[in-house]
Design a protein around this ligand. Structure first.
Ligand code: GUN
Ligand code: FE
Length: 427
């Protein structure tokens, strides 16, 4: 019954972010976790904790759990395939046909089991997940994620226009009523999983549907996730569809689904204008930076240096299947690498992001959407990973930061040895 114990001390080489520039490293340290909450990281076990059970991982790295702020579970089935198209063609040609298969609960079960199994085995402890518009398959996904012990938001997708007949809600009223009913059924149904309102993006959601979802949001007080300023063709289309909006984000804001009182994640923000950024900052909108997806779909490179320097809320997303890899370790190194290309090829005004900043975004930055999550400071929820570097041997002595950095680049999700969420041992 190991999984029920939430009080323990983990001994090992501990690394965690306190802020975006600061990576704390404590060799041979003790992470004290009591009732699922971090009491602190210590060089010696303080007297009052000496009786707590200790797990000795000496020589292994211990880091906070990772947050995937943006991932499409139904797209996991075609990850690593069909990526030689840009966003709108990619959606129509590849994504919508695949998502329509989740009408079939048998297919959904097979596909979602593979997704959840890999999510469970990797470094992600928190995730904000898109399902499809199908309620039965979405509830099945929620159950599977809950059984895996992952803390997550899962969204039934809304889309009622510019979508193929085989993947389109009948009308705004039917869609919002079905969404409200789904919220009634799922809001308090799971231990680890909560619903999140998920209009796919402006092009597939009518004004009427958006207004009705805003009303549903007010009634149920649940968070919201969507896509923003990912691709030039998409942005131009939004300008036509919502001519009264000043910019893409303003189209969400106009109906009250753009942060403020409503915790909101917007994926991508690759081509946001200064006006849009200003409003995102004012409203505390979370940016899900998805570097690999932005490469694969030829979307561009988000100005993450600006977002970080402006202290905006930002975390990382895999955006599977735009991104091929579920690993947030991989998202960290992708984020660093694309920022270097942007710096060299586009503008040397925005300096590349550093390893510390990438690690921060994948842990504490994205984790903060879930509360005090993603660090080992006192009072944080104890999500922790014990890492196994045995498959990436080295001949020389290495410090903790070097070991962590090479783990991000060379091992990632494959090297997660143990995983704890809110102090529960997942494996
Ligand atoms: N915009 C609307 N839907 C999608 C999606 O499924 N993936 C990505 N990357 N962008 C989107
Ligand atoms: Fe996406």
């Amino acid at each position: 019954m190991e999984g029920f114990i939430t009080t323990r001390i983990l001994k090992g080489d501990i690394c965690y972010s306190t802020d975006k520039q600061t990576l704390k490293t404590v060799p041979d340290g003790y992470l004290v976790c009591e009732n699922g909450l971090v009491k602190g990281v210590f060089e010696q076990i303080p007297k009052q904790y000496q009786k707590l059970p200790m797990e000795d991982y000496s020589g292994k790295l211990i880091i906070p759990g990772l947050t995937d702020l943006h991932v499409h579970a139904p797209q996991y089935s075609f990850r690593g395939m069909k990526m030689d198209l840009e966003l709108l063609d990619w959606l129509n040609t590849n994504t919508f046909p695949e998502e329509s298969k989740y009408q079939d609960l048998e297919y959904a079960k097979r596909a979602y089991e593979i997704f959840v199994n890999d999510l469970r085995r990797g470094g992600t402890t928190r995730a904000s997940i898109f399902a499809t518009l199908h309620v039965p398959a979405t509830k099945l996904l929620m159950e599977l994620v809950d059984d895996a012990g992952i803390e997550a938001y899962v969204g039934k997708v809304n889309m009622d226009r510019n979508s193929p007949d085989y993947l389109c809600e009948a009308n705004a009223l039917a869609a919002s009523m079905e969404t409200a009913q789904w919220l009634v059924e799922t809001q308090d149904a799971y231990e680890h999983v909560k619903p999140i309102i998920t209009p796919r993006f402006i092009p597939t959601c009518s004004d009427e549907l958006m207004s009705m979802l805003a009303r549903v949001q007010k009634e149920f007080q649940v968070p919201v996730q969507s896509h923003l300023s990912e691709n030039a063709g998409e942005i131009a289309w939004v300008r036509e569809l919502v001519p009264e909006s000043r910019f893409y984000g303003d189209a969400y804001d106009g109906i009250g689904l753009f942060g403020g009182e409503v915790p909101t994640i917007m994926a991508h923000c690759v081509h946001s204008t200064l006006e849009e950024m200003k409003l995102m900052k004012e409203r505390g909108v979370y940016i899900a930076h998805c570097p690999q997806s932005n490469e694969n779909l030829t979307s561009g490179v988000a100005p993450v240096r600006l977002y970080l320097d402006e202290d905006m809320k930002i975390g990382l997303g895999s955006d599977v299947a735009g991104g091929a890899n579920l690993s947030i370790f991989r998202a960290m190194t992708d984020a660093i690498q694309v920022s270097k290309l942007r710096y060299r090829l586009l503008s040397e005004q925005l300096k590349p992001i550093t390893m510390e900043e990438a690690f921060f975004m994948g842990t504490k930055g994205g984790g903060s959407f879930f509360g005090k999550v993603g660090s080992f400071e006192e009072g944080y929820e104890c999500d922790a990973l014990v890492l196994d570097e045995s498959r990436i041997p080295h001949p020389q002595e290495l410090g903790l930061k070097d070991r962590l950095e090479r783990f991000l680049y060379l091992s990632g999700d494959d090297g997660v040895f143990h995983k704890f969420i809110k102090g529960h041992k997942i494996f």
